[in-house]
Design a protein around this ligand. Structure first.
Ligand SMILES: C[S@@+](CC[C@H](N)C(=O)[O-])C[C@H]1O[C@@H](n2cnc3c(N)ncnc32)[C@H](O)[C@@H]1O
Length: 315
């Protein structure tokens, strides 16, 4: 258990936000939390009920707020994710509800979602499918940014589905076009049978970490295992998703799949070998790591006997 240094004088009286942040940052850094200062500011701002950018102007923390912050710092030092402590996660222009039982959406997935938005933009009444939807981050971002899109989110986990439905209801209440939530296994050969040949954009952030990889404590202890691990080689969900994408997409429709950074050749390779796609591209993230692969369904809707070459897009 983390022992917190006492505030002078001995835990009583108001504490300046700057002092609370400095102390929290020390404790979090000692516990091995990356970005300790930023997280200390976020937690202090959360307890004070102000945006992080207004901390310098905030009132001192009361004794009760200091005690509450101490509790949160202890939990964060024990490597509970920050988003579980605040109950919220930012994703593109959204704030989503998250907690135990659902994968916390990651900033890198905003790239795939943004690519999907740009691909769907300009298509007439586009049909967009988000496989492995989790909290609904990708599906709800598309629905918010493209009011004309019909968006279908597919998820299997009952715990994740509860969060997904909650976020979907919240966004619909805020005025976004409601998304359709489907409870299904994305590896099922008959997935979304009624949509065969009619999907414009199919997006998927599947579980993709190979089973034997050791992940950070926040992930191991708090992200559901079925959201993270993708079988011995990490491709157990991606393989059937690639096959099903070719069936679901309309001619000229597009698919984007996020993957492990060790799969920068394997995933575009699967898309290229399928025979159903004409253009296959691997995309790098802002740090230059392979992050997601995309492909266009052949314009004739057929499957070629041999695959195509794929390319890398580093822009
Ligand atoms: C990496 S998380 C992605 C969640 C969300 N799309 C995001 O980007 O934050 C993968 C999600 O896939 C779900 N999942 C795993 N295997 C599945 C399957 N066979 N069918 C449907 N959903 C699955 C997990 O429950 C989890 O919510």
């Amino acid at each position: 258990m983390t022992t917190l240094p006492q505030h002078p004088p001995e835990g009583t009286g108001p504490v300046r936000p700057s002092a609370a942040v400095a102390r929290a940052a020390r404790v979090l850094a000692a516990a091995g939390v990356g970005s300790a200062r930023v997280e200390a500011e976020l937690l202090t701002a959360y307890v004070l009920g102000v945006p992080r950018g207004r901390l310098a102007l905030a009132d001192d923390l009361t004794t009760g707020q200091v005690a509450r912050l101490d509790g949160l710092i202890r939990r964060r030092a024990a490597r509970e994710p920050l988003q579980h402590l605040t109950g919220r996660a930012g994703f593109r222009h959204l704030e989503l509800s998250v907690g135990p039982g659902v994968f916390v959406p990651r900033p890198e997935t905003e790239l795939l979602a943004g690519w999907g938005v740009e691909q769907a933009r300009g298509r007439l009444d586009p049909v967009v499918v988000d496989l492995c939807s989790g909290s609904g981050a990708i599906a709800l971002a598309v629905a918010q940014e493209l009011p004309g899109a019909r968006v279908i989110a597919v998820e299997r986990s009952p715990e994740a589905l509860a969060w997904l439905r909650r976020n979907a209801a919240e966004r619909a209440g805020a005025g976004d076009r409601p998304i359709e939530v489907v409870e299904a296994d994305v590896t099922a050969p008959d997935l979304l049978a009624e949509l065969v040949g009619s999907v414009d954009v199919l997006l998927c952030n599947p579980p993709y970490v190979p089973d034997d990889v050791v992940v950070p404590p926040e992930v191991a202890g708090h992200d559901p295992a079925e959201a993270v691990f993708g079988g011995a080689d990490g491709l157990a969900v991606i393989r059937p998703v690639v096959t099903r994408a070719a069936a679901l997409l309309r001619p000229g429709g597009v698919v984007g799949v996020e993957h492990d950074d060790t799969h920068g050749a394997a995933v575009p390779g699967l898309l290229a070998e399928d025979g159903g796609f004409s253009t296959v591209t691997e995309h790098l993230d802002l740090t230059g790591r392979p992050r997601y692969a995309t492909a266009s369904r052949r314009a004739d809707g057929q499957h070629a006997p041999i695959g195509v070459a794929w390319q890398t897009d580093s822009s």
